[in-house]
Design a protein around this ligand. Structure first.
Ligand code: RBF
Ligand code: MG
Length: 324
């Protein structure tokens, strides 16, 4: 009977987004996308210093916490492992940390690394290859493993949980992933931020790509990035921030993204502010004064559009508490 599930930290915490943000900050012209980093994080790990400094800001992957709770409800203990356990466990006391040893046979291991999974399989350990990003190696795996116990998963929701003996019914129906149900997770697990020395500038509201309001339901004011503003923001990690704004002398709290929008693969940098207020007009051409006060998280890629929206909804909840 299986009673433990060892899970690689990367699957629970959005580690690679931070790495990506750090790399882009160090070299904005670097022709790199989040997939490259996810494929081979080791290759980019010389930036350890900055990574360690910013660990406190890592947020859970969308859906991960719900899964941990589900496992516990099935009497399966989820145990998180990482090369950085020593450092990470201080920041994430709500997770149970322990190094994985292959002594334990009656366990499931969930890991995104092919070579690691392969080794475990040779030792008859049940493995889930949780390749969040690309499943291009599936055929390869099927060939060499044939009837061995391996399962592939693309995301928590599509993972075939019911194939495990301990599961009595599938855990995720699409309804369970409704965007507005994130309040609990947001307040409990997403509630981390860094206070900044305020960064202040004024910029003109320009036309964006018209995605914010229409597609995402989260209207944003896109700001013109002058040479001067570029200088002022160059020390910020691409990510999500909160701050105070003044629009036509009226004060509003705001939550904003500064970065390259990896979900949409936008390459040029954008600064987009969502204002906590109700607006009828678009304010194109108006000036917005912005004082950035908090860093919430690095920008991230997501498996699905719903996950992007859920993350931004979480940001809005946290930001509102900080600046309204
Ligand atoms: N885009 C991303 O690709 N990844 C993100 O993590 C992300 N986070 C955002 C957080 C906030 C608070 C806001 C306002 C936007 C964020 N965006 C992100 C940008 C979003 O994709 C963009 O606003 C829309 O595409 C409209 O251009
Ligand atoms: Mg916009």
């Amino acid at each position: 009977m299986i009673s433990k599930c060892y899970i690689n930290c990367e699957i629970i915490l959005d580690f690679n987004s931070l790495l990506f943000s750090i790399l882009k900050k160090q070299n904005p012209d670097l022709n790199l996308n989040l997939n490259d980093v996810q494929e081979n994080p080791k290759k980019y790990l010389e930036t350890q210093e900055l990574l360690l400094q910013n660990l406190c800001i890592l947020k859970p992957q969308i859906g991960a916490i719900e899964t941990l709770q589900f496992l516990e409800s099935q009497n399966i203990q989820p145990i998180i492992y990482s090369e950085y356990t020593q450092i990470l466990q201080q920041h994430f006391p709500y997770l149970k940390w322990q190094e994985f040893t292959d002594q334990d046979k009656n366990v499931i291991v969930i890991d995104p690394r092919l070579d690691f999974c392969e080794q475990l399989l040779k030792k008859q350990i049940q493995v889930v290859l949780f390749k969040n990003y690309k499943l291009k190696d599936k055929d390869y795996w099927n060939q060499i493993l044939q009837n061995k116990q391996i399962l592939f998963a693309e995301s928590w929701e599509t993972f075939p949980w019911q194939d495990f003996k301990f599961v009595t019914q599938p855990i995720f129906s699409p309804d369970q992933f409704k965007v507005n149900e994130c309040e609990n997770a947001a307040t409990k697990y997403w509630n981390t931020y860094l206070k900044l020395n305020p960064i202040e500038f004024t910029s003109q509201i320009i036309h964006g790509r018209n995605r914010g309001g229409t597609m995402l339901g989260i209207p944003t004011a896109n700001l013109l990035i002058s040479e001067e503003i570029q200088q002022q923001t160059k020390n910020l990690l691409p990510g999500v921030y909160a701050g105070i704004t003044y629009l036509e002398n009226v004060k509003y709290g705001g939550v904003l993204s500064i970065g390259y929008n990896p979900y949409f693969l936008d390459t040029p940098q954008t600064i987009e502010v969502h204002l906590y207020g109700e607006f009828q007009e678009d304010f194109y051409g108006a000036n917005l004064r912005l004082i950035i006060t908090h860093f919430l998280r690095p920008e991230s890629d997501f498996r699905t559009f719903d996950h992007l929206i859920k993350a931004i909804s979480n940001d809005k909840i946290i930001g509102r508490k900080l600046v309204c």
